[in-house]
Design a protein around this ligand. Sequence first.
Ligand code: ADP
Ligand code: MG
Ligand code: ZN
Length: 512
Amino acid sequence: MMIKEWLIGAGIAVLAFLGMLHVVQILPILFLIGLGVLLWVVMDRRNAAAPTARETTARPNISFDEIGGQESAKHELREALDFLRYRDRIQSLGIRPIKGILLTGPPGTGKTLMAKAAATYTDSVFLSASGSEFVEMYVGVGAQRVRDLFRRARALAKRENKDSAIIFVDEIDVVGGKRGQHSHQEYDQTLNQLLTEMDGMSTTQSPFVLVMAATNRPDILDSALLRPGRFDRQIKVDLPDKEGRLHILRILTRNKPLAKDVDLEHIARETYGFSGAQLEALVNEAAIIALRRNEQQVTQEMFRDAVDKVLMGEKTGRRPTDEELRRVAVHELGHAIVSELMRPGTVSHITIAPRGNALGFVRQIPEDDQYLYTKEQLAQQINVALAGCLAEELHYGNRSTGAQNDFVQASSLARTMVRCGLSRLGIVDEEHLPEQILEKEVRHILAEQERITRDILQPYRSDIERFAEHVVREESVDGSEFRRWMQSMQPQVLTSAAVANVTQAIEASPTM
Ligand code: ADP
Ligand code: MG
Ligand code: ZN
């Protein structure tokens, strides 16, 4: 293979050279070569059509106990799977078998794990494929692959002496999108084939094949997929709540040596919005930090650094100038001051070590998972987001490019306010709200909150400087130290806006 490619490359180079010297007419030769390559690729694709589905282990050996949180999803799934486990009874009562189960939810929440656990629970063989594997440039390949997948599932089950198989199709939306919307028929044919296979299955068939599929876009699926006798069970697998995160963390740290000071509950609280996959990355990162520091145990502080890393990315080698560092410190202090005023005790730490895209950030400890926000809470989050650039403005008399993401966040919050009927416009119908009016109201909200935020920060103007120097020296400052500093100051005027409690607004903004 390598040699072949090398020869082709060398041949082309020689031809190009000759062509340059006008020794040979190069265009017709190039045309012929192009034709040859095209043919070769086509043949290659045709040959590759048969075996693609990753034949993951026939028995994945994952049980429901290894899946944290997701109690209701697990319960629902187990209930559906009992139809498969007690097929004889189902048959004698004439109940239609479940042929397909659709798992919906954001990436990394454990959908693949669920499918594997389902195979263990029902003592089935397990095959998995991904929607994108069926999509080829050549019509017919996808359909052929679907047919092949079912054939191999049955063959595998027979070989392993099982009377059922589970086929897991990840990213089903790639092939299962609404039919007739694609530029060519390949997707449609693949989907049709999948439906045909599912329609052809019956309870009496042995081995029985259950199709499980996953997507985070159930809304775009062709309705034919969701009809009875196809994917008629839909199970939502959502991001875990605090209890769920704690459960997942317990599972993931089972085999890790944890120091005495590790407080998994605290970590669960700090990781609002994390998926199971992100928690897995977090635990892994913490262990890597322990390894790098040559420690035998993973400590709470390592977990803290790991959260930063998962949220913001790896520390970068970038070394900003001292002037830039001071500006970043001033900016972050702006965020931290406003957020501490809004919700005392929640700044976890302030750091100006560049990570990923961010030059610095303030991390907050959310009090509790929150799903509903009042108008005041949204406004306060906007205040926190705008505080970075306003601190720069108060201190330097100008702003920088570092606040771009803060603005994105602030305007998205303002948009939420309008859409949820919490703006001057009152109740609105999102669908019929003209873009211009929305934009105008968003701008109004932002201008008003900008004024309020400036008023909140004004009294701290002269003190920020000294503490910013301290932050630059230390690189990272703990929440408790920051709070001591806040208390040591007596800002003269405090506006009424700086009251009540604000929600968590984890500053995960690339930039600062
Ligand atoms: P999805 O299929 O929803 O994208 P996966 O099942 O592939 O997510 O999860 C990826 C990884 O994240 C798993 O291998 C596991 O380590 C971790 N993970 C995700 N969700 C959970 C969970 N609920 N419990 C335990 N681990 C989880
Ligand atoms: Mg997955
Ligand atoms: Zn910022």
